[in-house]
Design a binder for this molecule. Structure first.
Ligand code: SAH
Ligand code: SF4
Ligand code: F3S
Length: 505
């Protein structure tokens, strides 16, 4: 890079404040420390606005799962607190943050492609700052690549310190470093009392645990999200109570494997909290307690690992009408041998027996799943088993993925299947998945269901969209005044993954 470009990149678009001007007593403790940095950032932004006569905007783009989406709500909370305004889209933003996912290689490629297209805007100064965070940044080789090939990126941070956004941003805006990079190998502390900007005003995700201990042999999540740690029940219940007080009616309890909630508490790591008095307190207890909170009308959870879904949980769901009749139960494969090599710790028969136990007590439940095609060593017979399990489990919806090699995972060292063969098998599985879910998800046609209205329909004028407790969507005539309320809708016509209907009293 030539010197002029280098100089341009180094320059902060904001008023540079001398580091000497920062008060000496920076709080050590969180969240005080971040609140302190949020104040400092706020001052910087105000200065900029006063000097330039216009506000500064940001956009956060989120890749990946619900966990990342919820983290982004916290990032947005911080950015708004320091005085930035959310832009309608990335092209109009002065500051862009990408909260990345790395569960499959194409997620990484997507980010690099995107960064390439932002380079020009960054060099002209039209785009003032680029920040990258999330799971992909937990991989040292990714950070190295960004350091070398994407020097116009300003901020890089990971999944264990994203709460430090204000501090890192401040360091970039006031410092001389071209890039501020801070990624931790493992969680140090858990900071929860920072601002959040929830996407909806009536439903919200609530983290009940972080990380994963399962080490499925194909999966990178345990490496980038760390060991499994559950939040203590008191904190979770307090958060849900607060949401209910603010008018939220639906919560989704979030974790990579909610069925092992309570096995390892956060407090064991941070020592900042006392453990709950009941050492046997587990997910069914938690979901029951959440349902008891006044104002909360619907409770969802995501994700369930089949090996840990207990009969007690099924009983608790059956006994509690507030808990949504939807279980996302990722199967990955129908072949017992492939499941063994994936380290999933259940067989095809055990999975199907679990599905039967669920359906026996929850006859109208919707089951959804994740399926992977192309795991190393998979044969045509294994694919037949996967197709068989799709037909027998009768999924309302199945997310189907092509296996992607993740370096550092055990499966990466196994012999891989040629892509042509995998692609062919993938289409075969997809055809069956589509056929089954179109048939299964249309079974409610002619019934009336209670739905939570989520939004005005963008594609059909005069229509609004509601979600049933089994997670299926219905579009029906209505206006924005119904958003956030529960209404009864007659399901007139099944359209594959959604219904068309009309509101009834
Ligand atoms: N904790 C959840 C899954 C989280 S990842 C569970 O265990 O069910 C979401 C989905 O991504 C997985 O269910 C799996 O189907 C898919 N996935 C994970 N790693 C993958 C890989 N290496 N290649 C392709 N798909 C993968
Ligand atoms: Fe990955 Fe398995 Fe953990 Fe799910 S349970 S996040 S697939 S390691
Ligand atoms: Fe992706 Fe991280 Fe979620 S890798 S799927 S965003 S936990």
């Amino acid at each position: 890079m030539n010197n002029i470009k280098e100089k341009k990149l180094k320059q902060s678009p904001f008023t540079i404040v001398s580091r000497d001007a920062i008060p000496a007593a920076i709080p050590d403790k969180e969240p005080d420390r971040q609140e302190y940095y949020m104040d400092l950032c706020h001052e910087l932004i105000e200065n900029y606005i006063a000097q330039n006569g216009k506000s500064l905007t940001f956009n956060v783009t989120t890749f990946g799962c619900q966990m990342n989406a919820h983290d982004s709500e916290k990032l947005i909370g911080i950015l708004e607190t320091i005085g930035l305004i959310e832009a309608l889209n990335e092209d109009e933003a002065d500051i862009v943050i990408f909260n990345t996912c790395t569960v499959r290689e194409n997620a990484n490629q997507k980010l690099y492609g995107h960064l390439g297209s932002l380079k020009k805007r960054k060099e002209t100064g039209e785009l003032k700052l680029i920040g990258l965070c999330g799971c992909m940044m937990q991989q040292p080789e990714v950070v190295q690549h960004i350091r070398e090939s994407y020097r116009f990126v300003d901020l890089v941070f990971g999944t264990f310190n994203f709460y430090k956004l204000a501090e890192l941003l401040y360091n970039r805006l006031t410092g001389k470093d071209m890039q501020v990079i801070e990624v931790l190998e493992k969680p140090e502390i858990n900071v929860e009392m920072l601002p959040e900007k929830r996407k909806y005003s009536f439903k919200s995700g609530v983290n009940i645990m972080y990380g994963c201990n399962n080490f499925c042999s194909f999966c990178i999540v345990p490496y980038v999200r760390g060991r499994e740690r559950s939040r203590i029940p008191e904190d979770i219940l307090e958060e849900v109570k607060k949401l209910a007080d603010e008018g939220y009616v639906e919560v989704m309890l979030l974790g990579q494997n909610v069925n092992s909630y309570g096995v390892n508490y956060l407090a064991d790591i941070s020592e900042s909290k006392i453990l709950t008095e009941n050492p046997d307190y587990s997910f069914p207890d938690l979901i029951n307690d959440v349902c008891r909170i006044e104002g909360i009308k619907r409770v969802r959870f995501m994700t369930s690992h089949p090996k840990d879904l207990s009969d007690r949980l099924i009983d608790v769901i059956a006994a509690n009408p507030k808990i949504a009749r939807h279980i996302h139960l990722p199967v990955q494969s129908g072949s017992t041998e492939i499941l063994r090599r994936m380290n999933r710790r259940y067989s095809k028969e055990q999975y199907l027996a679990l599905v039967e136990r669920i359906r026996a007590k929850l006859p109208d439940v919707s089951l959804t799943t994740d399926i992977m095609v192309g795991f190393p060593g998979e044969t045509d017979e294994d694919i037949e088993d996967t197709i068989d399990i799709v037909r027998k489990a009768k999924y309302d919806q199945a997310f189907t993925f092509i296996y992607s090699v993740r370096s550092g995972t055990p499966a990466a060292k196994m012999e891989q299947t040629p892509p042509e063969i995998v692609n062919e098998r993938f289409s075969k599985v997809l055809d069956v998945v589509r056929e089954v879910s179109a048939e299964v998800s249309s079974r409610f046609e002619g019934q009336t269901k209670e739905v939570l209205v989520e939004c005005v329909n963008d594609h059909m004028e005069g229509y609004i969209t509601g979600r049933m407790d089994n997670n299926l969507l219905v579009h029906f005539p209505g206006d924005s005044s119904a958003v956030g309320t529960f209404v009864n809708v007659y399901l007139e016509k099944a359209k594959g993954f959604y219904y068309l209907g009309k509101q009834v009293k």
